[in-house]
Design a protein around this ligand. Sequence first.
Ligand SMILES: [Zn+2]
Length: 95
Amino acid sequence: MTPHTSWCAGGHRCSLGEHRADPIVITAPNIGAVTLTRVRAANGREHAEVRLTVALAPTELAARRQLLELADNLSRVLHHATRPEGSIHHGTVAA
Ligand SMILES: [Zn+2]
């Protein structure tokens, strides 16, 4: 196993060559929660691990609409989060 990083939480979180930070948890009561964790994999690459829990509407049609909208929004988040450094300025995206 490689040495712990400066942000690694250590203990049981490190296993199988991974190093993991303490997760950041954002909760919105009755709506959902996000858990964000920085991870360095055994191959040295780092990634953000995101776990999202979203309350769904009680009716099937509304829940399906929510899921479609969620998939669309998550796709945008993924593309936005992986843009090259320097292409984002003050909350807007440079052309
Ligand atoms: Zn570690």
